[in-house]
Design a protein around this ligand. Sequence first.
Ligand code: PLP
Length: 371
Amino acid sequence: MDRIYLSPPDVGAHDLSALSRAFDSGWIAPLGEEVDAFEQELAAATGRGHGVALSSGTAALHLSLLMAGVGAGDKVAVSSLTFAATANAISYLGAEPVFIDSEMDSWNMDPRLLAEALAVEDIAACVPVDIYGQMADYPRIEELCRDHDVPLIEDAAEALGATLHGFPAGSAGVMAALSFNGNKIITTSGGGAIVTDDIDLAERARWLASQAREPAPHYEHTTVGYNYRLSNLLAALGRSQLADLARRVDVRRSHNTAYREALEATKGVTFMPEADGSRATFWLTCVLIDPSTGVTSEEARMHLEAMGIEARPVWKPMHLQPVFSRYKTYGGDVSASLFETGLCLPSGSTLGPDDRDRVINGLLSVLSGGR
Ligand SMILES: *Cc1c(COP(=O)(O)O)cnc(C)c1O
């Protein structure tokens, strides 16, 4: 039987013809019609005025923080429960992360802990992460950031296609970062974007991402720039992927429903809650396996692994990572317990019902063995 992956790329003939269309146009560099169109389509998908296509989500976070004015010695409030890229981007600027724990309702940044941090610390920017395809509590977080005059950058890398009270992921804050890495809901093999309503920020991002070249024939430079643009070829791939976004959200949500229906009756097994007004993509469906089941999440993971099924622990929170553990953290127990008991299940849009049943049966067998 074939190995079942957590979230493999979903690419097909349609993507290939988009790539050959771009190839045949002769525009192979990080410039061209496909990039322009992809940027407009990303802006439309996130309810924004402008999009800037970049080489990765990490690059999008790095440039967003830079443009928000974050520099050496500054403090940036950031979700502790995230992938390292969010905290790494803060470090690239010589700034310090201030980690904010999750709330249980959504697993996202707890606004009460953010309020505590804002009251005590001199925070230069705030980066909530939309974890596993669910948007953070932006009505409350935006209000807090406004009150303290702190720029808000949404890390929507995992959440393209989600909504909160009807607002799309990518629409919160002054800028939002998207990712099109191979494991994300749409992929350009590697890629990312900034979306924003501010045309000056969008133009500045394009300029910084193209080595900050002044318009002189010899390329005059007054600012340190970056090589962060997305190629026209990959933008074509991104466009055909983005056109399929709604179906992908539906498929990932249907996995979540199926996993819930199959496992909900098992005592000690719970799922990431979908908060009020939130429509998550469930980029990954994650379960919490309480040790009272007789099985740890790690034992369940190894059981699935032996069946050729890739599952993974919930992100190890940044405040527990050796590279970041010296930084200040508000709270910390919630994300630590999510890491301790959480397991992310195969959730890709290529996962068929038969393979999904294999995952469910594997989980049911390890859970009943434990009892
Ligand atoms: C994937 C991811 C990123 C980074 O995106 P890349 O395109 O891989 O650089 C940033 N933040 C979060 C939360 C992610 O999951």
